[in-house]
Design a protein around this ligand. Sequence first.
Ligand code: S3P
Length: 458
Amino acid sequence: MQEAFILEMHLKLANLLMKKVAYINQKIDSFNSKIYVPGDKSLSIRWILMASQAVGTSIAYNLLRSEDVFSTLKTIKKLGINFKINKKNCKIYGKGLNGFKFKNNTIINAGNSGTLARLIFGLLINSKNQIILKGDKSLSKRDFSRVISPMQMFGQNIKSNNQKLPIRIKGTNYPRPISYNETKGSAQIKSCILLAAMKTPGKTKIKSVPSRDHTEKLFKYLKLPIKTYKKKKLDLISYNGVKNYKGFNYVIPGDISSSSFFIVLTLLSKNSKIIIRNVNVNKSRTGIIDILKIMKAKITLKNKKNYNGEYVADIFVKSSNKLKSINCPVDMNSRSIDEFLLIFLVCASAKGISKFNKIGELRNKETDRLKFANKFLNKIGIKTEVNRDSFKIYGNPNLKLNKTYKIKNFDKDHRACMLSFIAALTFGGKWIINDIDSINTSFPNFISLLKNLGAKIH
Ligand code: S3P
């Protein structure tokens, strides 16, 4: 606990010392570099939650050290599970599927993490005492009906503030297996149900629009009784609970979502090249690569390997000055859900009109990302058409900026913030970017990696 405390204090101190505003007045010069990005956020959170349910010690290497991950560690600690973290690894001392121990009305603060806040419902399906789940300002604006309704079908007792946080959660002694139709393509909903199914006797079934399948892959790695099939375009998943499992070791590959900022930076910079090593290239996450390739980007995956059931590769990217617009196939939507802001930025400088349909889920993220993208692109002189569920971008391959751009009021959305850095470093102009501490949610060394490539950020 000592090390964890020290690490967290470091992050807090870094936060305090970190300036809240960044100034960028010039584009990045050409670069030719190899980088590593930190461990995947979805996998880091899932490993912590699954290790907290294992019998005995689990060890993870390359766990992401960011605020969302610290919120997850603090959560399991409040629920009675110990851990140790140091520079080399993180150890969690699980006590099995019924190992949580906490007092009635224990408060859990999920901070900014939607994934933690949604998945934890599943692990509390049979809790004897009540939890009060809270979050930061942005998370408190988000809707939880998507997990409340399947959890109530299992028998969980939930009292919410109009489907929003704070939410009181108390388990049931007799969880019932459910059959659920997941229509949003949300991995958070699917995973929350699977975590509840682990503690529920009988067969839980999910029919789901495809979404990231890390939970399913982790269950298979642990040899848990999960079955998955494809039927037409849907995923059929079943889980036959209840089975304990032993503590396990896990190596967390680099995060494709964090890599994407550097993929796009390279594509939109002149005469540049980058290799991003050891990135998770799970098919359900690589929509951005397929979309950018359709747009004629030069991206190659090499040295493919398998880490604990997840594919990992090195991503090679070269600058591209002949990017074309896209009519984005809707089956790419959930495969690139966290990368749309970056994809829109590429469309802004691609030749032709790009079209996106059925992307209303972007309105339910850390901020309304469709609204943010529309305002952002208009601010830099790009014509757009936006509807509830669709977006059109009129690209300008000669886009050059020379005004002053102030970025603020984005609900401290880490991805909106990092997007602004990439726009500033590739299109020019004078930029003032506020609330840059939000980056610590997912990618604390983002600015230092940019500076290592030669970016001038003050
Ligand atoms: C996540 C799923 C996605 C994604 C989020 C992480 C996960 O959310 O946007 O950043 O780790 O399961 P939805 O499941 O709501 O699409």
